[in-house]
Ligand binder design. Structure first.
Ligand code: F0G
Length: 460
């Protein structure tokens, strides 16, 4: 069966649909709405795929595109464009995102008491985080809409990504970040890509609130993950992962949770792959948060006990003063929690939190596999270790952890850990850093004998 590219006609059937089943209101693709005008819930993109796709033909088409020299075919997002609400002639804005590695991580597996563990490293995207896979589609949509100014609230990665893609598209952008709470490396990226950087007094949630007010202005386009076009790009990572695994899904997929766009995107992506017959089962999607910024984990725990006690369902309560050194996920009021809840429930996964020490140690272990990541990503390995200890993951099961950001995104954190000074500023749950896997630098005189004395003591 040959597959024709998504045409303007087929794409024009797609809609933005309210996720609340009792409402179900729909909006055209080019209506600038972020939440449902009737009930305020989030929106999903619903593709009306007229053509019955044949799974094998799709798989071969996607594989063949890797031979092409065209960016549209080589991008790890646009390569899967049959899954996206864009016509074939869409004016795409791409930095060749996606195509990220899937690493075998034996030391992480040992640490978690698993037979094996795979790490999908989304930090290997053009701006060093998973945000690029959604930014390419959101900024492309902005171009289609003829928007002049793009904005986002961010803990640093969304902003770096937006700044790069807006620069690429020749569009203006402004980013709002919580003053003094974003790593220097991330801020440096946004400055270099030419974004207008607004440092806001308050935390990420305050930035997000201000941003949502601002987005009521028609001339401004908001590209946080509340924007469903972001989720569409991010969901293609599910297809890339499935392809890397020869379309055999793992038992568990473990994702860090902040604003909860990424877990929502995996939920949607995997669900659609199963609907299209490309995979035959969903992995259990589990979301891991940092203990001091864990409103979603609290919701999961409350709903689990409410179900046991047959009480009315517990509702979401934001964390007013979120704290964690994993600054990317220092978020108390995640905008996409309903979609992430759907992903966890549909797949039978769970949500839990891990301590600052567990995150820091897991990060060092990921480093010891030669992979490395930023702190927020290490919640996954810390969470997997906990899930194995609790018997929710068995040692022989297949597990994929999603690493979301590159190790160089937060070098201060890394050096402080290895110097045993990570918790000295008091943001963590304790002021002490056990630094169980710390790798101290040593001062040595510049002569052969002194250097050899140190080298002789090295052991693996
Ligand atoms: N990991 C990293 C490295 C992140 O930057 C983020 C979110 C997350 C995990 C959580 O993903 O929000 O989809 O649940 N960073 C956002 C930002 C909030 O502004 O860069 P999520």
């Amino acid at each position: 069966m040959t597959i024709s590219e998504p045409s303007r006609e087929s794409v024009s059937q797609a809609k933005q649909r309210c996720i609340e089943p009792k409402c179900g209101a729909s909006y055209g693709l080019n209506e600038r709405v972020y939440v449902c005008k009737s009930c305020g819930s989030l929106l999903d993109l619903e593709l009306n795929v007229e053509q019955a796709f044949d799974a094998n033909s799709l798989r071969s088409l996607w594989r063949e595109r890797l031979q092409s020299l065209e960016l549209r075919d080589r991008s790890g997002v646009w390569r899967y464009r049959e899954l996206l609400p864009f016509a074939n002639d869409a004016p795409i804005v791409s930095l060749n995102e996606g195509n990220t590695p899937l690493y075998d991580a034996p030391r992480c597996a040992d640490y978690c008491a698993l037979d094996s563990l795979l790490l999908k490293h989304q930090g290997c995207n053009p701006t060093g985080s998973f945000k690029d896979t959604g930014m390419t589609t959101a900024v492309t949509q902005a171009r289609i809409l003829g928007v002049r100014l793009l904005v986002c609230a961010s803990t640093g990665n969304t902003s770096a990504s937006l700044a790069a893609y807006a620069a690429r598209a020749g569009l203006l952008c402004a980013i709002m970040v919580p003053e003094g709470q974003v790593s220097h490396a991330k801020l440096a990226q946004s400055l270099d890509y030419g974004a207008k950087v607004l440092e806001i007094e308050g935390n990420f949630d305050a930035c997000m609130r201000a941003m949502r007010e601002l987005a009521e202005d028609e001339s401004i386009y908001l590209v946080n993950s509340i924007n469903p076009f972001r989720i569409e790009g991010q969901k293609t990572v599910a297809a890339e992962l499935a392809e890397q695994l020869n379309w055999q899904m793992p038992d568990h997929l473990v994702v860090p949770g902040g604003n909860l766009g990424n877990s929502s995107a995996f939920g949607k992506g995997l669900w659609e792959l199963r609907e299209l017959g490309l995979i035959d089962r969903l992995p259990q999607i589990s979301v891991i948060q940092a203990e001091g910024a864990a409103p979603f984990a609290h919701l999961f725990a409350r709903r689990a006990s409410a179900a046991l006690e047959e009480n009315a369902a517990a509702d979401f309560v934001a964390t007013e003063h979120p704290t964690t050194l994993a600054s990317a996920i220092k978020i108390g009021a995640p905008v996409s929690w309903q979609k992430a809840w759907r992903a966890v429930r549909q797949s039978g996964g769970c949500v839990l939190s891990v301590t600052e020490q567990q995150i820091a140690d897991a990060k060092a272990i990921i480093g010891s596999d030669g992979v490395g990541c930023e702190p927020a990503s290490a919640t996954t390995v810390a969470g997997i270790k906990k899930l194995v200890a609790e018997g929710k993951i068995r040692s022989g099961q297949t597990v994929v952890a999603i690493l979301t950001g590159h190790i160089l995104k937060d070098p201060d954190y890394v050096t402080k850990y290895h110097l045993g000074k990570l918790f000295e500023d008091g943001e963590g749950e304790e002021r002490r850093n056990n630094g169980s896997f710390a790798n101290h630098p040593v001062r040595v005189k510049a002569d052969r004998q002194s250097i050899m004395k140190v080298l002789d003591q090295l052991k693996y």
